[in-house]
Design a protein around this ligand. Structure first.
Ligand code: TYD
Length: 138
């Protein structure tokens, strides 16, 4: 199980009418998209996420408004500020992530390489720490 997290810049095209981002596998997106979901109407002050995945790869984009994603993997903890429709966060496997500080009206779109499967979730933080410590020993 790998733990990889990094920010990506999505290329956009635009003219005097506005801007457009196109998302296609094999270009900016390093996996075949099996699922798209989005989070909206988020209540002020809530924290979402608070889990890691065993294998699911995801790309998070705040297409409207902004939010912060706090990521923790085996090596680091960092905060990604998703504050532009051209900024994305790639999360692969064992990365504990929490989303907070949603602006009013924020819409967080997530692309995933797997359909929803609760068995892929690690929702217990102690279990997550145990898994990344074990993975580091391999
Ligand atoms: P949850 O994992 O708590 O959302 P977040 O990571 O944003 O905090 O999911 C909320 C509910 O939605 C939970 O009952 C599972 C369900 N769900 C699906 O049915 N399909 C999905 O693709 C996702 C991501 C969640």
């Amino acid at each position: 199980m790998k733990s990889i997290a990094y920010e990506m810049e999505l290329s956009s095209t635009g003219d005097n009418r506005g801007s457009l981002v196109a998302i296609e596998p094999d270009r900016a997106i390093p996996f075949d998209i099996a699922r798209v979901y989005y989070v909206f109407d988020t209540v002020t002050g809530v924290c979402r996420g608070q889990h890691a995945h065993k294998t699911c790869k995801q790309i998070l984009i705040c297409v409207s408004g902004c939010c912060d994603v706090i990521c923790e993997d085996s090596k680091q903890t960092f905060t990604c500020k998703l504050n532009s429709p051209t900024k994305a966060l790639y999360l692969e496997g064992l990365v504990w992530h929490s989303m907070k500080n949603f602006s009013p009206g924020a819409v967080l779109v997530v692309l995933a390489d797997h359909v929803y499967d609760e068995r892929d979730y690690i929702r217990n933080y102690d279990e997550f720490r145990h898994l990344i410590n074990s993975a580091e020993c391999i």
